[in-house]
Ligand binder design. Structure first.
Ligand SMILES: Cc1cc2nc3c(=O)[nH]c(=O)nc-3n(C[C@H](O)[C@H](O)[C@H](O)COP(=O)(O)OP(=O)(O)OC[C@H]3O[C@@H](n4cnc5c(N)ncnc54)[C@H](O)[C@@H]3O)c2cc1C
Length: 404
């Protein structure tokens, strides 16, 4: 029998391999990844790895021995160029056709690139891979100023690390508040003052027009003025890697469309992780989630479906971001909330939580250095709990008593 082929050797793929083994999959598995590394965790790239506090081998999801033991034919530095659906094969750059019995696309996403004057200059970087971070960190030594284009979580984590490293950092964000896609206004305002207090220059509502420099970037030009930059990093969102799927005629809508079992509209092809779009069990809405939690969950779901096992119980989606000594943990999906309740004082410390409710039901929480609230909320959201807003806001009520 031809192998099960996984295209893309990232977080989702590593979980799929582990879950297939746990679920008793006995057929051959081939894992094809275009990067030269074993599947690795990206979150530390903009955090401890960038800060030089973690070695590369600590990023690996599993050691090489794990794939050997699982009998996986692991081919790194190998890019799939095309899917031949009628022939049930993937085609590599050198024309080799590898037949599959089942195909899983785990191709992830890539940074959205700016097509602005000067954006191809040396010294303008994006941050997605180990290679990107190695290159950025290599420039830290002789750079004094860094301009970060984009005030999302990746840009802000980078700003925090670079500031601690001694660089003068400017963050240019086009919309009026930071991390606007992920958190509510109270949390955005907190992060704005946090970064300012750490010495970051922050400009919101700043439209970037281009990059200046002869051979190398020297400034970022925005509507509000010219910002000197020895180094510029762009973090303006990600695009799903859907091209293989689209060219093969699979259904793609800003993500490879998959059903609840992560199957595409071709029953022999699954897709998992950042590259997918799936109707979410919590909201009933089609969503493309870019998170480790989603990659892990879809890896498990696809493995169960492939092995003919019952689907695993789904958890409420969650996400985190580390900036300075502040851990932000987000759980649930806050879109559509009609009430936001703040517990703690965002103005006077580095610890508070915001609870988002819709028609009385808790749907999401942003917890800033508040692990207990985060942990409880995971459960409350899963239980569709309707906690008392007055209690949520009252610090005298213990976290364990917030349930109703
Ligand atoms: C800097 C950074 C910080 C992050 N921080 C957090 C965080 O704090 N918390 C969180 O939850 N999430 C975070 N994320 C997001 C998280 O890392 C992703 O959601 C996760 O990696 C998705 O896993 P994946 O397997 O879908 O994709 P990836 O891990 O990106 O893996 C996909 C792999 O497929 C390869 N590939 C693509 N096309 C082909 C092809 N044709 N042939 C062969 N290989 C191919 C890609 O090169 C890549 O190696 C962060 C991401 C970045 C970049």
């Amino acid at each position: 029998m031809p192998p099960l082929i996984i295209v893309g050797a990232g977080q989702a793929a590593a979980q799929l391999v582990a879950s297939l083994a746990q679920d008793g999959y006995s057929g051959p598995v081939t894992l094809l990844g275009d990067e030269p590394h074993l599947p690795y965790q990206r979150p530390p790239l903009s955090k401890k790895y960038l800060a030089g506090e973690l070695a590369l081998d600590r990023l690996y999801v599993k050691p090489a021995a794990f794939y050997e033991k699982a009998g996986v034919d692991l081919r790194l530095g190998t890019r799939v160029e095309r899917i031949d659906r009628p022939g049930k094969a993937v085609i590599l750059a050198d024309g080799t056709a590898l037949p599959y019995s089942t195909l899983v696309l785990a191709t992830g996403s890539r940074p959205r690139r700016l097509a602005l004057p000067g954006s191809e200059l040396d010294g303008v970087f994006y941050l997605r891979t180990v290679a990107d971070v190695d290159a950025i960190r290599g420039r830290f030594a002789d750079a004094r100023s860094l301009v970060v284009v984009g005030g999302g979580y990746i840009g802000l984590e980078l700003a925090a690390v670079a500031t601690k490293h001694g660089l003068q950092v400017t963050v240019l964000e086009q919309v009026p508040r930071l991390m606007a896609r992920g958190v509510g206004p109270v949390v955005s305002a907190f992060y704005e003052s946090l970064h300012r207090s750490e010495g970051v220059r922050l400009v919101t509502g700043a439209k970037v027009l281009g990059f200046e420099g002869k051979d190398r970037v020297t400034a970022v030009v925005a509507e509000d003025g010219v910002h000197p930059a020895d180094l510029a990093v762009v973090g303006v969102g990600a695009l799903p890697n859907v091209e293989l799927a689209a060219a093969a005629g699979l259904k793609v809508e800003n993500g490879i469309v998959v059903d609840a079992e992560c199957r595409t509209d071709d029953p022999a092809i699954y897709a998992i992780g950042d590259c997918t779009k799936q109707v979410h069990a919590l909201t009933g809405q089609p969503l493309r989630l870019e998170s480790v939690h989603n990659a892990l969950e879809q890896g498990r779901v696809a493995a169960a479906a492939i092995c003919g096992r019952p689907p695993p119980t789904l958890q409420v989606p969650w996400f985190w971001s580390d900036q300075y000594d502040v851990k932000l943990q987000m759980v649930g999906l806050s879109q559509g909330h009609d009430q936001a309740v703040v517990r703690g004082d965002p103005g006077s410390g580095r610890s508070f939580a915001v609870f988002y409710l819709r028609e009385g039901q808790l749907i999401a929480v942003d917890a800033v250095n508040r692990a207990p609230e985060f942990m409880l909320s995971k459960q409350l959201i899963a239980d569709r709990a309707r906690p008392d807003p007055a209690k949520l806001a009252d610090e005298r009520v213990a976290v364990k008593d917030l349930r109703s």
